[in-house]
Design a protein around this ligand. Structure first.
Ligand SMILES: [Fe+2]
Length: 267
């Protein structure tokens, strides 16, 4: 990467560039040449560029003023120093870590087999939770009917809570030394949640789809929590029980009550 930068002009080092910066900033702030009137330079600028001031003094000692040194700064180098190095993905080296592997970077007292099992379970829950989260947003946008207002708000509340779960699960995978699924195409391949149509559906159908997804996740949670417990992975067990199970069960309650057929006005 370094070879893409313009080479340092021979014998100049960083000092001329610093002088140029200092001179430019000070001139902008005061409208005066700082070399001509040292006292007129702003206090903050002079304190934050003490190195530049030292270099300036050095230049003065060599018989040159800062203004004279300024003319020696190659504009081409100053521009290239702020040029981003783009498209590095096209010649990317080997991945730092392959998906499906676990590293032992973090000393958390779990062996490789336990980590592998937990990461695999958590990636399944991650894919399903991302799908459920996104289904909530789909329904938040598309819901219509007499319950529009409350469902519109409820769906978004659950979306936010599922988003937090997504982050908790993905970060647990990192702690275990694994790699979390992230992109939509990979999530779509991995999830056990059936794909909903792109169409707008009736509110009770929306709620039913969400409940189905919750149950898929909860059944897996019960299985995975006990497997993590058996393996001694207390952190994963706790995450599944305390966050995933509790949140999903609560959301199931709030959704399910919308499917009870009770009179709206007259009993
Ligand atoms: Fe919204």
């Amino acid at each position: 990467m370094g070879q893409l930068l313009a080479p340092e002009p021979a014998g100049q080092g960083q000092a001329p560039l610093r002088i140029y910066y200092f001179h430019t900033m000070a001139t902008k702030a005061t409208g005066k040449n700082p070399a001509a009137s040292k006292a007129s330079a702003p206090k903050a600028a002079s304190s934050s560029t003490s190195k530049a001031s030292t270099a300036s003094k050095g230049a003065a000692a060599n018989g040159k003023s800062a203004a004279q040194d300024d003319s020696a700064v190659p504009a081409r180098r100053a521009a290239s120093a702020v040029q981003p190095i783009l498209n590095q993905q096209e010649n990317a080296p080997r991945a730092l870590q392959r998906f499906g592997t676990v590293s032992q970077r973090l000393p958390i007292g779990l062996n490789e087999q336990v980590r592998l099992q937990s990461v695999e379970m958590l990636n399944q829950l991650l894919a399903d939770t991302i799908c459920l989260r996104d289904m909530y947003k789909k329904h938040h946008w598309q819901v219509v009917g007499p319950t529009f207002y409350q469902l519109h708000l409820l769906y978004d509340k659950h979306y936010e809570e599922q988003s937090e779960l997504v982050d908790s699960v993905a970060e647990r995978i990192q702690i275990l030394g694994g790699i979390a699924l992230a992109m939509g195409a990979d999530v779509a391949e991995a999830t056990n949640v059936p794909r909903p149509p792109r169409d707008r559906e009736e509110a009770p159908v929306q709620v039913s789809r969400l409940l189905q997804a919750h149950e898929i996740i909860l059944k897996q949670c019960h299985d995975y929590a006990s497997r993590a417990d058996d393996a001694g992975d207390d952190g994963t067990n706790d995450l599944i029980v305390s966050e995933l199970v509790r949140t999903n069960e609560m959301q199931v309650w709030f959704l399910s009550e919308h499917l009870v057929d009770t009179p709206l006005v007259r009993s």
